[in-house]
Ligand binder design. Structure first.
Ligand code: HEC
Ligand code: HEC
Length: 214
C-alpha cells in the first residue's frame, strides 16, 4: 500500500510537470489497477470484510492464502484475527466474513447450506437484544403501552398481530415506521392512533424492528 501511494504521488508530480511543460496539451496517465481490494460478492460478508479486515493490513493477505480453503479454514482464519491479533469483530462477524471468504477465495459454494447458515446467523444475538432494550424503553417513555400490548388488543392492535399483518411485506419496516410517525386510523378500527412526529428515525426504526419481531 505504501509503495502504491508513493507511485501515485510520483505520477501526479510528473503529470503536473509534464502538463506545465507541454502547455495545455491533454495528457492521461493510467494508474496501476488496485490489486489489494476484496473480490466483490453479493454475500453480506463482503462489505463487512471491507470495513473490518482492512483495519490492520491490506486485502493482499487474503489474496495470498492458498486456494481451495474450506469454510472451516476461512472461518478459523477470521477467528484467529479476532482472538490472536485482537481484530475488533464479533463472533457473528467471524462467521459472516468466514462464509464470504470461503465462497469468494476458497472451495465453498454460496448455495451450500452451511455457508447460508453462517451468512445469516440467528437473529436472537446481541444486536437484537439491544434493540429490544432500546425499544422497551421507548415504548415506556412514549406510553405506547397504555394503548398496546404484545399479545392482545388494548386500544390499539396487539404488536403480535401487527407483525403478522406485515410479515410478507418487503416494505414492512418503512411502513411500520411511517405508521408510528404519522399515526392514523382505519387500518384496525375507527379509533385513531396519535402521531409520534417527535421521534427520531433511529427511534422509529428501533420501535418498528421490535414490533416486527413479535
Ligand atoms: C487487529 C489487526 C488485524 C485485523 C483487524 C485483521 N488482521 Fe489479519 N492479520 C493481522 C496480523 C498481525 C497478521 C499477521 C501479520 C504478519 O504475519 O505479518 C495477520 C495476517 C492475516 C492473514 C495471513 C495469514 C496468517 O494467518 O497470518 C490473513 C489471511 C488475514 N490476516 C486475514 C484477515 C481477515 C479475513 C480479517 C478480517 C476478519 C483480518 N485479517 C483482520 C492483524 C489483523
Ligand atoms: C392513544 C392510544 C395509542 C397510543 C398511545 C399508541 N397507539 Fe399505536 N395504535 C393505536 C390505534 C388505535 C391503532 C390502530 C390504528 C388504525 O386502525 O389504523 C394503532 C396502530 C399502531 C400500529 C399499527 C399500524 C399499522 O400500520 O398497521 C403500530 C405499529 C403502532 N400503533 C405502534 C405504536 C407505537 C410504537 C406507539 C408509541 C410510540 C403507539 N403505537 C402508541 C393506538 C395508540
Amino acid at each position: 500500500m505504501k509503495l502504491m501511494k508513493c507511485m501515485t504521488t510520483l505520477l501526479c508530480a510528473a503529470q503536473i510537470c509534464l502538463v506545465s511543460m507541454a502547455g495545455a496539451a491533454p495528457l492521461s496517465i493510467t494508474l496501476p489497477p488496485e490489486t489489494a481490494a476484496f473480490k466483490p460478492s453479493a454475500l453480506p460478508g463482503y462489505p463487512l470484510a471491507q470495513q473490518k479486515c482492512s483495519i490492520c493490513h491490506s486485502a493482499d493477505y487474503i489474496n495470498f492464502q492458498p486456494p481451495g480453503m474450506s469454510l472451516a479454514q476461512w472461518t478459523a482464519e477470521a477467528s484467529k484475527m479476532q482472538h490472536v491479533y485482537g481484530a475488533p469483530i464479533s463472533d457473528q462477524d467471524v462467521s459472516v466474513i468466514g462464509a464470504y471468504l470461503a465462497v469468494t477465495y476458497g472451495s465453498a459454494q454460496a448455495s451450500d447450506a452451511d455457508v447460508q447458515a453462517a451468512s445469516n446467523p440467528p437473529v436472537d444475538q446481541p444486536p437484537t437484544v439491544s434493540v429490544a432494550k432500546v425499544a422497551s424503553a421507548l415504548l415506556q417513555d412514549n406510553s405506547c403501552l397504555s394503548c398496546h400490548a404484545i399479545d392482545h388488543k388494548v386500544v390499539g392492535p396487539a404488536y403480535h398481530d401487527v407483525a403478522a399483518k406485515y410479515a410478507n411485506d418487503p416494505q414492512a419496516l418503512a411502513r411500520v415506521m411511517s405508521s408510528i410517525e404519522h399515526g392514523g386510523s382505519g387500518k384496525w378500527g375507527d379509533v385513531p392512533m396519535p402521531p409520534f412526529a417527535q421521534l427520531s428515525s433511529d427511534d422509529l426504526k428501533s420501535l418498528a424492528t421490535f414490533i416486527m419481531s413479535q
